[in-house]
Design a protein around this ligand. Structure first.
Ligand code: 4FM
Length: 246
């Protein structure tokens, strides 16, 4: 998969994509992240990429022309058609389901705005999808782009090892993750739950599922409402709720 990133901060974006699972996916050529800086496509001596807001008011807006040239160069750099995503609070909320759909695409591009915004005419003409990573205001689209690169990059076939795949599954089954423990078994902070030391893998699986269901019920009941529970999960959650009520 190829991800092109249009950003005024290419070094930052390259570093985000160079570490950990995503960095390794790039080394294994499972993923390619390419940055494009609109400043390189600004034709004036000052490499201007922003202009005064029409209608007055504070701040600047990213100009059409440098972005149009950047996008043209980006699209021409590889034959595969590009699905262009713009990151902003005005976008649809990013979900794991949408991440999984994006991860199947051969090529996506992420347009990172700065200043007060991007000229609406450029967005209307070029952008395929607008996405938000949450209801808060950041200083630019780069952190949203980094989130997408990580969430999509780790889903590329071969990017995760077995343990990481298991962890991914625990989250993407629509439930919150269960608690995790490492040695020492006994610590001033408390003990590791007995069942995890029992070697009874069926009991351990049930305990972990019960904890995930219980945590989701306590912390994110909205996620639970979206999910049909099988017979075993309903029983485990009832058990958790009875114990919690005591
Ligand atoms: N929330 C979010 N989810 O994705 N992006 C955001 C966000 O706040 N971007 C800030 C931003 C976006 C575009 C421009 Cl031009 C300037 C600032």
């Amino acid at each position: 998969m190829r991800i092109d990133v249009v950003t005024l901060f290419p070094d930052f974006m390259r570093q985000c994509a160079a570490v950990g699972v995503v960095g390794r996916a790039q080394q294994r050529e499972l993923l390619q992240v390419q940055t494009w800086n609109p400043r390189d496509y600004a034709t004036d001596n000052y490499r201007t990429v922003d202009g005064r807001t029409c209608g007055g008011g504070p701040g600047m807006v990213m100009l059409i022309e440098p972005l149009r040239k950047t996008l043209e160069a980006m699209r021409e750099a590889a034959p595969k058609p590009v699905h262009l995503i713009y990151l902003s609070p005005q976008g649809a909320r990013l979900t794991q389901g949408r991440v999984e759909a994006l991860a199947e695409m051969p090529r996506i591009a992420l347009l990172c705005g700065r200043y007060e915004g991007v000229d609406e005419r450029l967005l209307a003409h070029e952008v395929d999808e607008e996405l938000s990573i949450g209801d808060y205001v950041l200083s630019g689209g780069e952190l949203g782009a980094a989130v997408i690169i990580d969430a999509v990059g780790r889903l590329q076939e071969g990017a995760l090892n077995d343990a990481q795949s298991a962890e991914q599954d625990s989250f993407s089954n629509g439930l919150l993750d269960c608690p995790h423990y490492a040695k020492p078994v006994h610590d001033a902070l408390g003990d590791v739950p007995e069942v995890l030391l029992s070697g009874d893998h069926a009991a351990i699986r049930r305990w972990r599922l019960k904890q995930s269901l219980g945590r989701t019920w306590l912390r994110r009941p909205d996620l639970l409402a979206q999910r049909a529970l099988d017979k075993e999960s309903r029983a485990l959650l009832d058990e958790f709720r009875r114990e919690h009520a005591q």
